[in-house]
Write a protein that binds this ligand. Sequence first.
Ligand SMILES: [Zn+2]
Length: 568
Amino acid sequence: MKFLCVLCALCGFQSFALDREAFTFTNYDLDVRVEPEQQRLAVRGKLTLRNDSTIPQKNLSVQISSTLDWRSIQFEGKPVQFVSQVYTSDIDHTGALSEAIVTLPQAVPPKAIVELAIGYEGTIPLDTTRLTRIGVPEEVAKHSDWDQIGKSFSAVRGIGYVAWYPVAIEAANLSEGNSVFSAAGKWKRREAEASMRVHLETPTISEQDTAPTILCGGQSTHDLTRDSIPKPPAAECTYFPLNFVVPAFVIADYDLLDRPTAQVFYLPDHRDAAESYALAADLALPFVKEWFGHPREKVQLLELADRDAAPFESGAIVLTPLGKNDSALSRLTAVHQLTHAAFASSRPWIYEGVAHFIQAAYKEQDNGRQAALDFMGLHRTAVADAEAALAAEHHQNAAADESLINTSREEFYRSKAMYVWWMLRDMVGEPALKKALAAYHHEQDKEPSYMQHLIEARAKRDLEWFFDDWVYRDRGLPDFRVQSSYPRPIVGGGFVVAITIENLGSAGAEVPVTLRMEGGEVTKRVQVRGNSTSTVRIEAPSAPQEVVVNDGSVAESNTSNNKFTIQK
Ligand SMILES: [Zn+2]
C-alpha cells in the first residue's frame, strides 16, 4: 500500500528536480498513539504547508524517521499519488528518513496553502547508526542518541534527533562538519512561526496498573487518569508558535514533586535527587528574579532513565539523569532553566546567550569573578575552534553567514553569546544591563538592532562598533598581545607605565590590562579595535614587573601571547 504509486513514479519522477525546501510546514495537528510494549507509534493527522518558493510546485516531500512507514496521504479527501523511498540523512538518529514524494493533482502557486491528511506508523527503537558509522563507539553513542520508545521508559526528541513528526530537509551528513546542526537550525528558523498540536495517548490499561505519565512540551494539559476507571492515559500539547522549540515526548512511571518553582518528574527511588533539584531551583530563584522578575512558569525537570544520558533542554523543560547528587551542578541547571522561564526571546543568541551568561553571573556571586571566568573558560576553546573551522569554510563559501543574529551553531549562540553578554556587562555596568533586559519585550524585537538601542539608551554609550564586530557580523575573535611597556619614574617615587596593546584579530573589544608590581597590581580597561593598537598609562607605586592583557573575560583566539615581562 505504501508503494501505492511506484509505477507512475518510476516513469515520471526522474524528469524534474524536487525542491525539498519549497514548502514551509505552517501547522501540525497530530494524534499520536504510542504502544510502549511494541515500541510502536502510530500517527494520524493534518499537515498544512505553504509554498514559499517563487514558482508553482506540483510535488512535495514529507519525511519521517526510517523506522516509520507512510500509510496514507490524502488531499481534499482523496488519496494522492506518492512514492516512498529511503533518503539517507543524518538529521535522524537512524541516519535515514522515509521520504514520501507526493504528486498533487495540480500545482500549488507561490504563497498558496495545501492541506494534507496523513497517516504513518512504525517503531522507534534505540538507534545509534548515524554516530557509529562515523566511528563513535556504540557505548558512547547510546548516551547521546538515547531516544527510543521502550517498554518501561520512552523519551523521543524531535528535529535533529528523531523525525517522529514530518519534516522536509535536504540531506545532512555528520561527517561534513556542521551540516546536521546547520540543517536542523535552518529548519527551526523556518518553522519558528508554525504551530503544532499533539495529542498523545497510550493503550487502555487494566484497573490495577498505574498509568504512566505522558509529558510533552509546549503549553501542555495532562489528562492523567489515575482513577479507578481504565482509560487511555493521554496528554495534549500545543506549540503556538513553535519558536525554535524541539517538540519531544516522554512516557514513564514517574512520581511528581510539585513545588512553587519547579516540577520534578522522577523515577522510583530517586526522591532525594528530585528534592535536591527542587531545592536548587528555590535557591537560584532570588538571583533570577533580581534580573528578570518572577518566572512566568514553573521549570520542569524530567528524569532520564539512562544515568549517563546527555541532558537535553527545550525551553523551560530539561531532560536529564538524576541521581548524581551534585548540588552546585543542580543550581547551575536550575538557574539556566529559571532564566528561560522568566525571560523570552525568539533570538537564540539572546534566549540562550542570556541563560548561559546568568549561569556565569550566578557562579560569580557564589564563588567570585575568577570562578566565573573559569566557568566561561570551559567554553572558550569550543568557540575558538568553531571560528577557526568557519574561517576555513569561508575560503570555500564566502557567503556563509554565521553572525550571532543568524547563526545555527550552538558554540556561537550559546558560548560566544555568553561572552558577549558578559563583555556588555563589564562595559556598561550591571545596573544598566539589568534595566535594558527588563525593558526588552520579545514581541517588540523586530529589528536586529533593537537590543543594541535598549542597552545604549540605559548606558548612554555608543555600542555600534561592538555589535558590528560581535553580533551583526562574524569577525572571528580578537587576539591581544602586549606590544610594548615603558615604565618612567615619576617625581616623588613610583612609575608611570605606558602599555601598548595590539589586537591581531578583526573583532574589537574592551579588555582589562593588569600591571603587576612589587606587592600588588592595578587593572585598567582599554578599548582595542580589530587590527589596531591602543595605549594605556598605569601608575605603579612600586617597581613594575609584568603586564597581562585579558583576564579571560573576553573570548580570544590565542591566549599564549598575553603576558609581558618588564625588564628592570
Ligand atoms: Zn537554554
